[in-house]
Design a protein around this ligand. Sequence first.
Ligand code: B12
Length: 224
Amino acid sequence: MEGVNPAMTDNARQNELISAISNLEEARAISLVEELLSRNYDPVELVNYCQTGMRQVGENYSRHQYSLSGLIMGGEIFREIMDLINPVIENKPSKSTIGTILLGTVSGDIHDLGKNIVSILFKCNGYTVFDLGVDVPASEFVKQSKILKPDIIGLSGLITNALNSMHETISLLRKEQQCMPIIIGGSQLSEEARHYTCSDFWVNDATDGLAICNSILTGCKKLS
Ligand code: B12
């Protein structure tokens, strides 16, 4: 493990972690995560910092400062970090079952790091999660929705084309009388994306997604 300055504050460590990920410094990022976890740092908050670092990796790629291999390396570092964080999240006492969610990354999109976090976070918070994986065709969502009858459907997507897949999936689900609330998630989403896809909710943060789904299930939130 690379040395971490013991005098550094947690705040400095968070910024250091964001820049280590952004600069693709694998060993540095891993040792900072190990260090923060050993100090009982909130694992979900840690994920948020890593997500910020990953956004910067994406920006560097957009600006042609990184090539595709930089994107791949970023994904690999994040996967290794999640191997450390997941057991800590999973170790938290799980709540009794409150609902079911059918989850998947839509057709044409293979990004799954964010979706996998959603899966773990929801499981630890009392959800039964049916995860269909990545590049899931609209027809598969419809098929599984009819079989599993989930309370909520969650679609993940990060690339622009995912918006068309989400739109297609939601249209087909509605056409086939699958009327459960649908939430879309991904770093590039916005209210415009929600409108375009005809989904009920959108988020770019798993914790916000969890709060919305909890509200749906407790009947506090009216569908828009
Ligand atoms: C790592 C990465 C990859 C990895 C993915 C590895 C993997 N197994 O997932 C690899 C290298 C494979 C990859 C491939 C590609 N990528 Co990429 N990738 C990224 C990067 C840098 C980080 C994504 C990530 O994992 N972030 C960390 C996670 C935790 O965040 P997240 O996914 O947003 O998830 C969080 C929330 O959004 C939310 N959430 C996510 N899903 C859901 C679902 C629900 C229901 C809920 C409630 C919440 C929720 O919860 C999560 C936790 O908070 C992004 C940059 C970015 N800004 O996102 C680019 C990015 C998404 N990729 C991009 C591109 C262009 C590509 C490629 C087309 C590159 C290429 N030329 O081949 C391919 C796409 C292939 C395909 N068909 O899908 C672009 C997309 C641009 C666009 N507008 O279309 C981005 C934005 C980079 C950029 N700025 O240019 N990529």
